[in-house]
Design a protein around this ligand. Structure first.
Ligand code: HAM
Length: 418
């Protein structure tokens, strides 16, 4: 169906003011926290060879089979807009011989061709962490705790952390056989997709949103009941660490995650404020992925947080009445040059400042200040100029006072609540 070309493509978002600032705020909270946990930034291309995702996210995963934006470039290369961050990071680490162990974080846009709805977009942003070369359950617990701390920093309180373990290469075959046996008995109740999943990757049936499939897997054998001794110890290590950190979590037998590279720990953060697309973020361990890309055996664990869903779950900031902006106003032509100098000075101090260069009289300048949403005006008239003062007007309350030149910067800062 043709879409109007003057509207944004379906499933994309515009961040208009003040949302773009809120987006920056979320990103900078993430960045500061990531650095505090000793993660360094990595930036990888927005598109990769399609094969990078097929061999890691999983040839049978929904992301790869249904949701990728794949295309051929003019030279016939098969390329895909990245649907997630982990495969590109692993590829880049190996290609650039990044020294391991490495703790890496990333922020950027991702693309999935899903059915758009609240919290699900075709272009969305992720904030991600990958810890490569760390086998200890402490790292899993640390990442889970990181996410919780990040959401708390943003004022998100209505949050549940779900946790599971899906075992390893040693214990999964026995579990898989058991699960397939069970699902075979209920094959007639499964949806068409799940019948295919049953052959190719039976764990995926746990992800199915179809109500009947959901009921069927309710009675299916669960991965945690089949963990080998090592996986059992690892899982206990994670839960013990989380308890020591004082983090509350819920065990979730169905949490297998929608991507194929996971083993052992899987986790997800769920918000009560979001409706159907309620997963704010998630992750888990992926000890085989680096070797799968031809690298050395490297245990790894990571998480990714959805930026748009995070913004939806954040407390509503309300509509800010005024912007963090100072507006300089002159009364007569004689103060125009001084006003200009003051704009320069305030900006040099890091204070967002505007003046109306075209104005011919003060009334119009006050109108411009109001239209720009400024929080305060700094006024220079003949009297102020003669006495080395400025007048400062709070545009929300209408209060006005006089301030000597050398105190103008702290005064404006206070009014902008800097
Ligand atoms: P994921 O669970 O597929 O994991 O995505 C992580 C988060 O990205 C989701 O919880 C959600 O908040 C957000 N997200 C995913 N798809 C969409 C969408 N269509 N629209 C809006 N938000 C979305 C991963 O991507 C893994 N790479 C995480 C990871 C990192 N595992 C290990 N390391």
């Amino acid at each position: 169906m043709a879409e109007p070309t003057q509207a944004r493509p379906k499933g994309t978002l515009d961040f208009v003011p003040p949302d773009a600032e809120r987006k920056h705020h979320v990103e900078s909270v993430f960045r500061i926290l990531a650095r505090r946990y000793a993660f360094q930034e990595i930036v990888t291309p927005v598109f990769e060879h399609t094969e990078v995702f097929v061999k890691s996210s999983g040839a049978a995963s929904d992301v790869v089979t249904k949701e990728m934006y794949s295309f051929q470039d003019r030279a016939g290369r098969d390329l895909t807009l990245r649907p997630e961050g982990t495969p590109g990071v692993v590829r880049a680490v190996l290609e650039n011989r990044v020294r391991l162990p490495a703790r890496l974080y990333y922020i950027g846009p991702y693309f999935r061709y899903g059915r758009p709805q609240k919290g699900r977009y075709r272009e969305f942003n992720q904030l991600g962490l990958e810890a490569l070369g760390e086998a200890t359950p402490m790292t899993d617990a640390e990442l889970i705790y990181f996410g919780d701390e990040f959401f708390r920093d943003l004022g998100i309180v209505d949050l549940t952390t779900r946790l599971n373990s899906i075992g390893c290469r040693e214990c999964r075959p026995a579990y898989r056989a058991e699960l397939v046996g069970f699902l075979e008995q209920h094959r007639d109740k499964l949806c068409d997709d799940c019948r295919v999943r049953l052959e190719r990757n039976p764990l995926r049936v746990f992800d199915c949103k179809n109500a009947t499939c959901h009921r069927v897997v309710g009675d299916a054998p669960k991965p945690r009941a089949f963990l080998c001794a090592d996986c059992g110890r690892h899982f206990e290590g994670v839960t013990t660490a989380l308890e020591r950190l004082g983090l509350k979590y819920e065990l979730d037998d169905r949490l297998v995650r929608g991507l194929d590279y996971y083993n052992r720990t899987t986790f997800e953060y769920v918000s009560g404020r979001l409706g159907a697309q309620d997963s704010l973020g998630g992750g888990g361990r992926y000890d085989y992925l680096v070797a799968g890309f031809g690298g050395p055996e490297t245990p790894a664990t990571g998480l990714a947080i959805g930026l748009e869903r995070t913004m939806l779950a954040m407390p509503d900031p309300g509509k800010p009445a005024r912007r963090r902006l100072a507006f300089v106003v002159w009364m007569t032509e004689a103060e125009r040059a001084a006003a200009w100098d003051l704009v320069d000075r305030l900006r040099a101090e890091g204070i967002p400042t505007l003046m109306d260069y075209d104005a011919d009289r003060p009334k119009r300048q006050f109108k411009s200040a109001d239209a720009a949403g400024a929080a305060c005006c700094v006024i220079i008239g003949p009297d102020e100029l003669a006495h080395g003062m400025y007048s400062v007007k709070d545009l929300a309350s209408g209060e006005q006072s006089r301030v000597p030149h050398d105190l103008i910067v702290p005064q404006v800062r206070a009014m902008l609540r800097d």
